[in-house]
Design a binder for this molecule. Structure first.
Ligand code: NAD
Length: 527
């Protein structure tokens, strides 16, 4: 089974990519060395001097052309994503190609509006001829380091946004999905993007670490908490800013008044889509005691109805997992659930019908927050269920975690839904929805607590990719500033007046300062 792992070959110069569903090699990619990374970052820096001067319209043309390339070979791209990651081809379209095409058109059409210079209201200072504005400048070279679970949409979405912001990009795809990474490079080459504006550097963790050390202007990292911490530590040495999109242990809370038909379908999809390998998967389900039995029965029935098979079959609901390592984590958590007194209702083991990395969709009841699979990210097809009796307890259980990426609340009472959502510490909380908002280009994505910091997507995500510069202008230089040198007792009195009147924010109050200001200006003129 080790052949299913995608690892650098013996010489460490290449990565071999395997189909996790079959164990067959599907291609090879360079394992870029540190020296190579440094050279390519220099090229990116050179390309930035030209790219930053392009207009939003020019950038948008390249992004929209890249979209056309994707549309012209969607089926081949979907098949590659499915082969390299194990996911059903339906999900290659629904969770990768369709949302990223939407994101590309959205930022191509709207980046100039989001990043247009903004005037700031500076209060009473404007009456003294002062004005302030913010302009958004491209950052430079952005290093994007990505995981394998959404190998197309996560990196490509960030690439499109960075290009629209005027940055150049070095992208390191996961070593498990290098061919999808190279496909992204090919798409932009075919869109005639100028040389070195986007470079895809395939490789393992060392290649990623070299990007952090190579003096890029920002790192956009998506991956595990452990790697995120290493990156933050290395980046601190050069004060390179970092966005960290890390793991999750996302809770779903189902109240007795919820639409149980919809909630049970959402739970099954939210836990098992992409074989549970989504950072915002339903990893813990809390159901109100009164309906727990009925709800759990619905979930088990719907789970048993899922078709597990090779990703290329369009009837497949659940495909292979992406790596043997990830499956081993799932096995460990499931074993721990059983040992700690939880009960496996369906699934619970590797699917013996396949040689590849398939784990059966697994529903577990009587889970408690003390169990390992309720505390650590499982990142696999498991749905552990626990019960609660009160709203306060549901919130407490949901918040009892080191993570805070997403959460969902299910109730027909939308006021209760909003109240509970606001009490949960997570970057995104959905009411009567699960998981899918990474697919909305306009909304921010990112976590609280150990799920990371910074945002991707939406306005907040685009602002991560630019440097806000404040420009302050004085149109009124005839009078000296009262705070300039020439300090005196009169200056002390003036600033006492500032503290009492100007700092109140009230124009009426500030008018009371006028005699003292005139005195101070005369004093400065005499000096
Ligand atoms: P990972 O941390 O193992 O690897 C992520 C990337 O970092 C890979 O490209 C890897 O080669 C690179 N890398 C490894 N060591 C490095 C180092 N020292 N310096 C720089 N780069 C290094 O994560 P993974 O297994 O690929 O992805 C799964 C994790 O990603 C899960 O925890 C999941 O929750 C998280 N994830 C988060 C989000 C989000 O938006 N918050 C989205 C998808 C996945």
């Amino acid at each position: 089974m080790s052949a299913v792992l995608s690892v650098p070959n013996a010489k460490g110069e290449e990565i071999v990519s395997y189909n996790p569903a079959t164990g067959e090699e599907i291609g090879r990619a360079p394992n870029c060395s540190r020296e190579n990374v440094f050279e390519r970052v220099e090229k990116s820096r050179a390309a930035f001097t030209r790219w930053k001067e392009t207009s939003f319209g020019e950038r948008a043309r390249f992004v929209m052309r890249a979209r056309e390339v994707i549309l012209s070979e969607m089926d081949e791209i979907a098949r590659l994503i499915s082969d390299e990651s194990g996911k059903p081809v339906v999900e290659a379209f629904s969770a990768e190609i369709a949302p990223v095409l939407d994101l590309m058109q959205y930022f191509a059409r709207n980046a100039h509006k989001i990043l247009k210079p903004e005037r700031i209201n500076i209060g009473q200072l404007k009456f003294l001829g002062r004005s302030s504005k913010i302009i958004y400048k491209p950052l430079g070279v952005v290093g994007i380091i990505s995981p394998w679970n959404f190998p197309f949409s996560i990196p490509l979405g960030e690439v499109a946004m960075a290009l629209m912001a005027g940055d150049t990009v070095v992208l390191k795809p996961s070593e498990l999905t290098p061919l999808v990474g190279l496909k992204i490079s090919e798409i932009f080459q075919r869109a005639n993007l100028p040389a070195d504006v986007l470079q895809v550097l395939t490789g393992d963790g060392k290649t990623g670490a070299a990007i952090v050390d190579a003096g890029v202007n920002k790192i956009m990292f998506t991956g595990s908490v452990a790697t995120g911490k290493k990156i933050a530590e290395s980046a601190a040495k050069t004060l390179t800013p970092v966005v960290l999109e890390l793991g999750g242990k996302d809770p779903m809370i189902v109240f007795a008044d919820a639409d149980l038909e919809a909630a049970s379908s959402a739970a099954v999809w939210g836990a098992f889509t992409n074989s549970g390998q989504a950072c915002s998967s339903v990893e813990r389900l809390y159901v109100e005691d009164a309906i727990a039995k009925k709800f759990t029965d619905l979930i088990v029935a719907k789970t048993k109805n899922l078709t597990q098979n090779f990703g290329h079959d369009s009837q497949t609901d659940v495909g292979a997992m992406s790596s043997e390592n990830q499956l081993k984590i799932v096995e460990t958590h499931v074993a721990d659930f059983e040992k700690s007194g939880a009960k496996i209702l369906t699934g619970g083991k590797r699917n013996a019908n396949f040689d590849g990395v398939f784990f059966e969709p697994t529903v577990i009841e009587n889970a408690t927050n003390e169990m390992r699979g309720m505390r650590e990210e499982t990142f696999g097809p498991t749905l552990p269920i626990a019960r609660f009796t009160t709203e306060a307890k549901a919130i407490e259980l949901a918040n009892d975690t080191d993570f805070g990426l997403t959460a969902s609340v299910w109730t027909r009472d939308l006021r209760k839904g909003a109240r509970v959502a606001e009490a949960i510490l997570a970057g995104t909380v959905t009411i009567n929805e699960v998981l899918y908002t990474h697919g909305i280009a306009q909304t921010p994505w990112g976590g609280f607590k150990q799920s990371g910091y910074g945002r991707t997507h939406g306005k907040l995500g685009l602002l991560e990719l630019v440097a806000p510069q404040h420009i302050h202008t004085n149109r009124f230089t005839v009078l000296p500033n009262v705070w300039w040198f020439g300090y005196s007792t009169g200056a002390v009195e003036t600033f006492k007046g500032f503290a009492k009147h100007f700092a109140s924010g009230s124009l009426v109050q500030t008018m009371k300062l006028t005699p003292q200001l005139v005195k101070r200006i005369k004093e400065l003129r005499r000096k």
